[in-house]
Design a protein around this ligand. Structure first.
Ligand code: ATP
Ligand code: MG
Length: 436
């Protein structure tokens, strides 16, 4: 026999930057997800679920080698058996496009899709920035017109309204097409080289490989330099400008306010034409709650038949943080009834009754005891009160003998308690549902 160990066992904790979401806070996440599902249904977007792990080259090719995510934020590992390079998805657009290609989803026309799920980025954890975080995203695949960019933006805007966020700003830009960016790039590099002494290490490294990304810098010291940089918008041709104009006129017609931010470039290489961000001042430097744009060349970049596409992703934590500030409605799960039982012997009959109530849509929590006895009436009532239930269902000796249950209102002092026959609790359940 081994001696019981006296050695202290190291406490196991979650990985830094990866959080547990516990009740009651988890109810807010479910509330937001339910809002989003209903919203997506109204805009005819359908749910897609792709794996959390993808092959690493998908992200390297999709997002671009010289991006923050690919350079320093990905969780990469090798498949134990065959050494395949794998990565925990840092975002979902690449996976959605991979799936669309793999299953030839666009064979009969465009598809409107949305996803909900965790993403992983090895960033410095802070408020609003985590290593595992949930995103909700919408992607419209196979549509080239600016009206689809507008539809996506209107959809996000409708979501803010629905959940009571009134100070989310929309910033827009157009990245044009590759040949337009090429001209701008020359001018941009020339500008940045003139002020080479002001460039930080990241910027110096990206000066030739990805100068546009420098405009996205969060380094305050470089802000004056990027603000004075040549504007990509000034390099756009007629078609790109027309795309942008149609989008903005749809937004105007719908009363959606926006500002054009010529320095908005976004963190992935796959964007062209429209890019946008919804931002707020209320979350400090983690102020972007939703971001997206058009990515008409990602299909080709991933080796598929070309197809235009546009989408956005929102950060669930940041949106919820804002919604909490604005004042969440009561999103907690409602509990209709708490079942009080005096004798363990009655449990089979009680549980059968609770089953029929639940089948009729009533939420019921059964009293559970730790010992042999069910516990005193008084202690059970205490629990019933604390549970937040609207009614106590009392399965006492007398009630059981008569095949009845006492229904006692807990939240409405004036309301009288009632007796119902066990065979007929569904009738009571129906009054509850219609009142709800
Ligand atoms: P940021 O500029 O804040 O790093 P990003 O440009 O990297 O954001 P996207 O890749 O566009 O963000 O992701 C879309 C949304 O996902 C962001 O607007 C944000 O709300 C959320 N998000 C991104 N990274 C994180 C993170 N590490 N933790 C929590 N939410 C995040
Ligand atoms: Mg980031």
């Amino acid at each position: 026999m081994t001696e019981p160990t006296t050695q202290k066992i190291e406490k196991l904790t979650a990985v830094k930057g990866m959080n547990d979401v516990l009740p009651p806070e988890s109810a807010a996440v479910e509330w937001l997800e339910a809002k989003v599902r209903a919203l997506m249904a109204r805009y005819a977007y359908r749910n897609i679920r792709t794996p959390i792990v993808e092959r690493t080259p998908l992200f390297v090719r999709g997002l671009g080698e010289v991006t923050d995510i690919v350079e320093k934020e990905m969780y990469c590992f090798e498949d134990r058996l065959n050494g395949d390079p794998l990565t925990l998805r840092p975002e979902c657009t690449a996976g959605v496009v991979r799936a669309a290609l793999e299953h030839n989803l666009l064979y009969d026309g465009g598809k409107r899709l949305y996803y909900v799920g965790p993403m992983f980025r090895h960033e410095r954890p802070q408020k609003g920035r985590y290593r595992q975080f949930d995103q909700i995203g919408a992607e419209a695949l196979g549509f080239a017109g600016p009206e689809v960019d507008a539809e996506l933006i209107l959809m996000a805007h409708a979501l803010w309204q629905e959940i009571g966020l009134d100070d989310v700003r929309l910033e827009l830009n157009s990245l044009g097409q590759a040949h337009e960016r090429l001209e701008h790039r020359k001018a941009l590099i020339a500008h940045l080289e003139q002020h080479a002494e002001l460039l930080d290490e990241d910027a110096r490294r990206r000066l030739q490989s990805n100068p546009l990304r420098i405009l996205d810098t969060k380094n305050p010291a470089m802000q004056p330099l990027v603000e004075a940089a040549p504007r990509l918008l000034d390099f756009l041709g007629v078609e790109s400008l027309a795309h942008f104009k149609t989008l903005t006129s749809i937004l105007q017609a719908n009363g959606v306010a926006y500002t054009v931010n010529p320095r908005l470039v976004r963190g992935m290489d796959y964007y062209n034409l429209t890019v946008f961000e919804f931002t707020t001042d209320r979350l400090g430097s983690q102020g972007t709650v939703c971001a997206g744009g058009r990515y008409d060349y990602l299909f080709e970049q991933l080796g598929g038949k070309p197809a235009p596409a546009v989408g956005w992703a929102l950060g669930v934590d940041r949106v919820l943080a804002l919604a909490r500030e604005a004042g969440l409605p009561d999103v907690g799960p409602r509990l209709d009834a708490y079942a009080i039982v005096t004798d363990r012997q009655d449990l089979p009959l009680v549980l059968a009754t609770l089953q029929s109530l639940r089948a009729a849509g009533v939420s019921v929590q059964m009293h559970t005891s730790t010992g042999d006895a069910m516990g005193s009436m008084k202690s059970q009532f205490k629990r019933a009160d604390a549970s937040g239930a609207r009614f106590a269902l009392i399965f006492g000796q007398e009630e059981i003998m008569a095949h009845q249950v006492t229904v006692k209102p807990l939240r409405d002092a004036g309301a009288a308690q009632q007796l119902h026959s066990l065979a007929d609790v569904a009738t009571w359940a129906a009054t509850l549902q219609s009142a709800a």
